[in-house]
Design a protein around this ligand. Structure first.
Ligand SMILES: [Cu+2]
Length: 312
């Protein structure tokens, strides 16, 4: 009888529970596939969550990078000013399922060249983009994602080189009129930013996550429907002042130059078909896709020190 009751309850579970995750990220022409929630399918710079469901406790450590997110195996190469193109999808297939609430993007420095293994506990995050309502003041940017658009965010023009976690967060406000109802969907992508810029955010511009949000913030405990024309005040810190600084005076040196004289060795990442592929970055025609197998990071050759340090 108990089993029957459970079965009936399951049948009547609301379908509105569909959620989602980041399936892939495109940076400077390179596509990085993510893993679906709870399923390891291959190396990725996108930290894999264990479920497509939201974080709802603003004090939970999962607020940093999503439910159960652990370190990922790769770092995606980016430059100051790179556009990061992020694809959000539904966990049950198809487009991202929600439309009400902001899309926020943060960075934190991993403190060394690689974010592989970086623990977000105590990390200082700074805001680089806030997307709320569209120009009509009623619809949300998130609605564009639901309708199939990817989300684009531009890295700071003067961002100093190094390892960074990019935290792109959709907040679902569809149930936010009751305490604990807001749904946070953070997703973290490990970046290796190259170049010769010098910008780092003042500590004043950084926050802890969890720490920056409270369940009773007017941007988190909010009825987004009763007055749809109301302007929305973003949670978290303002856009970091780093975003207002001019770009580095000299253009970013080509990544290819960084290792042109090394042994010939393509860079490994995950290709559009979800397979591990490689591009020969010494070619200006990159990406050139060549199937390969990662040779591991233990070897002491120069290319391995430079590449595997952030690829493996
Ligand atoms: Cu959902």
């Amino acid at each position: 009888m108990l089993l029957l009751t459970v079965a009936i309850l399951a049948l009547h579970a609301p379908r509105a529970l569909a959620h989602g995750y980041v399936s892939q990220v495109l940076i400077d022409g390179n596509m990085y596939m993510g893993n679906s929630p709870g399923h390891y399918e291959g190396p990725s710079p996108i930290r894999t969550v264990t479920t497509d469901g939201p974080v709802q406790n603003t004090s939970a450590s999962d607020l940093a990078c999503g439910v159960g997110a652990g370190p990922a195996q790769l770092n995606a190469v980016a430059r100051p000013g790179s556009v990061v193109n992020i694809t959000w999808v539904s966990g049950s297939g198809g487009n991202w399922p929600h439309e009400v609430g902001p899309v926020l993007t943060y960075l934190t420095a991993c403190g060394n060249i690689s974010c592989v293994g970086f623990n977000t506990s105590g990390a200082r995050w700074f805001m680089i983009a806030q997307a709320g309502k569209n120009a009509d003041g009623v619809g949300w940017v998130q609605q564009d994602i639901m309708e199939g658009s990817n989300f684009n965010v531009t890295l700071p023009d003067n961002l100093a080189p190094g390892g960074y976690l990019l935290r792109n967060e959709i907040i679902g406000l569809q149930n936010a009129m009751t305490p604990g109802g807001a749904e946070f969907f953070p997703s973290c992508t490990q970046l290796r930013v190259i170049g010769n810029a010098t910008g780092v955010p003042p500590t004043n511009d950084t926050v802890l996550l969890p720490g920056a949000y409270s369940a009773t913030d007017p941007s988190i405990l909010v009825d987004a429907y009763t007055n749809p024309n109301a302007s929305y005040v973003f949670p978290g810190p303002p856009i970091a002042t780093l975003m207002n600084a001019p770009p580095a005076s000299a253009p970013v040196s080509e990544y290819y130059d960084d290792w042109r004289h090394d042994d010939e060795q393509p860079v490994m990442y995950r290709g559009p078909a979800g397979t591990v592929v490689a591009g020969d970055r010494r070619s200006k025609d990159f990406p050139v896709f060549v199937p390969m197998v990662c040779r591991g990071c233990k070897h002491g050759k120069l290319w391995q020190r430079r590449l595997c340090a952030y690829l493996c």
